[in-house]
Ligand binder design. Structure first.
Ligand code: AMP
Length: 123
């Protein structure tokens, strides 16, 4: 899948639309999800044109992969989620309901989250 320069996270990275930022460095930007699914719901995105985890891990330079993954851990720490625990999710492709075609890792926490998947998936 080709990277779409007009996706909403590309616009956030270019500063064309605002976000509620929680962290930024040379490799990553993290901001609160606009439609939170948990009491803490933050998205971490790499500073590069990658659609998914598969695209990123196949094509990004090692320095960016390292910097991005370290940023995910740092954001969770800074959000105070380590002691209580948290969940990271990265959706890719139609079966996952990926809405935004720029790699992002959801960090979810703040209270007990329940099971990863609902039993209805078996239907
Ligand atoms: P996904 O379904 O994994 O692609 O998740 C996309 C996420 O981006 C959803 O949880 C949306 O609520 C969130 N989202 C969409 N637009 C924005 C925005 N402008 N700022 C923050 N989060 C957004």
């Amino acid at each position: 899948m080709a990277y779409d320069q007009n996706n909403i996270f590309a616009k956030i990275l270019r500063g064309e639309i605002p976000c509620n930022k929680v962290f930024e460095n040379d490799h990553a930007l993290a901001f609160h999800d606009i439609n939170p699914q948990a009491s803490v719901h933050v998205l971490v995105i790499p500073k590069g044109d990658y659609v998914s985890m598969a695209d990123f891990t196949a094509n990004a330079p090692a320095e960016l992969i390292e910097g991005f993954m370290r940023a995910v851990g740092e954001v969770a720490r800074e959000l105070g989620l380590e002691s209580g625990g948290y969940r990271t999710i990265s959706n890719a492709g139609p079966n996952s309901h990926q809405e935004v075609p720029h790699l992002h890792i959801h960090i979810l926490g703040g209270r007990p989250l329940g099971p990863l998947l609902d039993s209805r998936f078996e239907n």
